[in-house]
Ligand binder design. Sequence first.
Ligand code: FAD
Length: 394
Amino acid sequence: MNADVIVIGAGIAGCSTALHLSESGISTLLFDMGEVSGEASGVNMGGLGGVGWGNSPKLQEYLTMGSLNIFKRLQIELGYDLEFRQSGSFTAIHNEQQYAYAQNRVIQSQKDGFNLQLLSSYEAKSIEPELNLDLLGYVYAPTRGQADPLKTTRAFGQAALNAGTKVHTNTQVIGMRSHHGIWELETNNGNYETQFVVIAAGAWCKNIGEMVGANIPIEPVVGQMWSTDPLPPRVFSTISSFESSFHWSENPYVDNNSPPELTHFGEQRVTRHLYGRQRKNGEIIFGGDRRDAGFNKTIDAGGVEINKGQATEVLPLLSGLPISTTWSGLMPFSKDGQPVIGRIPGNDNLFVVTGLCSSGFGRGPGAGMLVADLVSRGESHPVLVESDPARFAA
Ligand SMILES: Cc1cc2nc3c(=O)[nH]c(=O)nc-3n(C[C@H](O)[C@H](O)[C@H](O)COP(=O)(O)OP(=O)(O)OC[C@H]3O[C@@H](n4cnc5c(N)ncnc54)[C@H](O)[C@@H]3O)c2cc1C
C-alpha cells in the first residue's frame, strides 16, 4: 500500500484533513489535480465566521469557532504568517424591514449565548471610521476574523508536509475502485493503493462520487470578486450587508433544482449579496454574487458593477476608486446548503468533507479536523450527525 489514507483535493478542507491525520501518526498522501490552494481556497475573500460557541455548541460552532482556534494555532504556535486577525465584522442595514429582521436575529442569538450587537450608525462608525452614517445601523460581530486565503491554505499544506504528509500536485484522480478492502486509485501519474480515502475535492466531489456510484450532491456555484489599487489602511473589519440574508430568510431557493441562497435564477438577479475587506497589501476587495453556471467561471462584468454600487453604499470612500482586478472561483454548494462530512454509505472506508458552500475558508480547518478524527478513531464526533452524507442516500 502507498499510504493508510489518500486525501483527494488540496484546498483548505483537504490540507487540514491531511495535517490532522499526519499529526495523529497516520501515513497520508494528499493529491491535487492542480496545485495546493489552486481553486476556491486560494481565491476567496478571506472572511472568517464565528459569533461564539453559544450555550449549546452545534456543528456550526465546531466549524467556525473550532476553525478560529486552528487559524490561531497555525499563526501563533506554528509560526506561519496567515495575515490572520480577529478583526470583527459589520453587516449594514439598509431599510426598516431589514432592521426588524436584524433586531430579531440579534436578540435571539444573544439569548442563545452568541456575541452579536446591534449598533447605531454613530456607534459603528466610532469603531469602523469609513462606514456610511446615513444607513439605519449595523450588526457588529466582534469575534469574526480575516486571513489571506492563498498564504493560509499554502500554510496548511506546508504544515501537513512538515507533519509527514506526502503531497502530490498535478495528480488527478480519474478512477477508483475497492478490491478486497483496499482502495485502488487511478491517476494521470499512475495507480495507488490505500486503506482509506477522503474526498475533499470541493466543487468536483460529485464527479468523484460518480466513480464509485455514490451520490454526493454538490454543485459548483461561481463567485466573483474585484479589488481596488492599494491604499493606506482605511477599513479594519470585514464588511457585509443584510440585504441578501433578509431576502433568503423569505426565499431561500430560486427553484427546486438549485442549492439555496443564490443571487441569481439563471441570468436574472434575485438579490444583492456583499462581503469584503481591506487586505494587508492595501487593496480593498469585495464580492458577493453566487451564480449556478456549472463550471463556467467567466466574470459577469455587470454583476461586478452592481456589487461595487452596493459596497459604495456601505463604504462611500469606494465611489472614487476604480476597479483594478477581478477574479472568480467555484464554491462547493450542497443541495440543502449544509456541510457534507462523514462516511459515504455503501462504501467501506470512504469519507467525504465538503458542502462548505460560501464559508468554507472559515470552516474548512474545523471540517478537516473532524473528518480526520472520524477516520483515525473510526467513530464520529456527535456533531457530525448534522452533516451525515447518508441523508442523500436513495
Ligand atoms: C469568490 C469567493 C469568495 C469566497 N469568500 C469566502 C469567505 O470570505 N469566507 C469563507 O469562509 N469562504 C469563502 N468562499 C468559499 C470558500 O472559498 C470555499 O467554501 C472553500 O475554499 C472550499 O474549500 P475546499 O477545500 O472544499 O475546496 P477547493 O478549495 O475547491 O479545493 C478542492 C481541490 O480539489 C481538487 N480536485 C478536484 N478534483 C480532483 C481530482 N479528480 N483529483 C485531484 N484533485 C482534485 C481541486 O484542484 C481543488 O484544489 C468564497 C469562495 C469564492 C469562490
